[in-house]
Design a protein around this ligand. Sequence first.
Ligand SMILES: [Fe+2]
Length: 247
Amino acid sequence: MGIFGVFNRQKKEAANLGGSLLVDIHSHLLPGIDDGAPTMDHTIGMLRKFEELGYQKLILTPHVMSGVYDNTSEIILRKLDEVRKVSQELGLKLTLEASAEYYFDETLFERIRTKDLLPFHGNHILFEFSFRNRPSQVEDIVFGLKSAGYQPVLAHFERYMYFHPSIEVAKSLRERGCYIQVNLNSFTGHYGPDVKNQAIRLLKSGLIDILGSDCHRLQHLELLESSLRETVFHQLLEAKVKNPLFL
Ligand SMILES: [Fe+2]
């Protein structure tokens, strides 16, 4: 058994993770505006599954990436309206809100300057780095967001391979006031063993502020559901994360 072997053991009962987190703050459910749900039918399938898993509220965060996903706040809020209507008609009880996942590039600094951002929970901004190239202005973006009155939330820290196996950058960002978000499916091994190990390192070191599904399709939730008996998901129930505070 490897050093993380203890996290792979299975318990009999599935962890009631959705019922404990209550709020998911990272997903791609708004139909047809990024690489998530392609149609409203796909959106509905995921909404139903989130409700089954015990969640009470979802904050929908489509990609905003200049030249790739040019989603304005107006586009996002219009889509949110459509999804809310359908959800109500279906009798679903989930509370739905929208924000975005902002890709870190030169345009993000301009967005901060002009306050062209759609935060969640008042002032929280979810942002992501390139998966390929280590960003050079990691601290600058956190400083920029904080100075403008926003609460930065770095998406899926464990997925940036150029930081592996160190968690020092996560520590340093947290010291500067940035929250670290980790994907639930990183603990299932969905993104590979290195990402899983990095997620477990963050968990063991108490560096996870927020957990997110980063759900792009129903299969992501089904994989999560089928993994909830694993010990690591019971450990996650004990992690002091902020998700319920966003209810
Ligand atoms: Fe995402």
